[in-house]
Write a protein that binds this ligand. Structure first.
Ligand code: MG
Length: 243
């Protein structure tokens, strides 16, 4: 058996592809593992996994995507692609109505209206949660915490985010940074930006400067501009839990 040392991502993927072929041919995990170790050399600093696909197997570009029951790890390696980032995008919008508390980014804000929703309707935490779930390749917040489920009635969105983080952690990932834009004509949210960022950073267990919150009006245009709703866009990155 010849050795193939890998020293960069491209070579890593190529070696992994070979393993995929081996696995597909043998369908015996332990044997494939063994052959894989010999092929790439166990001293490689990369860790490669396989994930199941419709048409067989392919190499994951991050160990975090690995289906663990068929994962193959180098017993001497550090994990793969430690410098790799996964990016997710989230967006949410809720109507502003009377008789509801206004909670944005986990912060209660004095206002004569609040956001309408099955949970506490925290538009910012919903967008952040969806961005994180998207980066992990997980189902979205509506699929995981449906608004038809009484369990989530008036739910604290911080708890939904924490549940999502647990699922993300199961995939071997953790949050890195988050960038958020809240679109609201009224009330003015700028005075709350720092508090929101601190609260979201706390939920993510990240330093405060890894969470950025921006607040923008909609220049008086459309439902956002007429203060009928508040929307939020969020981008999040995840890294390997080992990074
Ligand atoms: Mg929502």
């Amino acid at each position: 058996m010849s050795y193939q040392k890998v020293s960069n991502h491209r070579q890593c993927r190529a070696a992994g592809s070979l393993l995929g072929q081996l696995y597909a041919q043998t369908m015996v995990q332990s044997k494939a593992c063994d052959q894989f170790g010999q092929l790439i050399g166990l001293e490689t600093q990369y860790k490669i996994g396989l994930k199941r696909q419709v048409n067989g197997l392919s190499v994951s570009n991050s160990h975090t995507e690995v289906d663990h029951d068929i994962a193959v790890w180098s017993n001497k390696g550090i994990l793969a692609m430690a410098n790799e980032y996964r990016v997710g995008l989230g967006y949410d919008i809720h109507r502003l109505v009377e008789g509801r508390k206004l909670i944005v980014g986990g912060i209660t804000i004095e206002h004569d209206k609040g956001l309408l929703g099955h949970s506490d309707a925290d538009v910012a935490l919903h967008a952040v949660t969806d961005a994180l779930l998207g980066a992990a390749g997980l189902p979205d917040i509506g699929d995981l915490f449906p608004d038809t489920d009484p369990a989530y009635e008036n739910a604290d969105s911080g708890k939904l985010l924490t549940s999502a983080l647990a699922m993300i952690a199961e995939r071997g990932l953790r949050p890195n940074n988050v960038d958020i834009i809240i679109h609201a004509e009224a009330p003015k949210l700028s005075p709350y930006k720092k508090q929101m960022a601190a609260n979201i950073a706390r939920l993510l267990e990240q330093p405060e400067d890894y969470v950025n919150v921006k607040a923008k009006t909609n220049e008086g245009l459309g439902p956002l501009g007429h203060s009928d709703a508040i929307a939020c866009s969020a981008v999040a990155t995840l890294v390997s839990a080992d990074a």
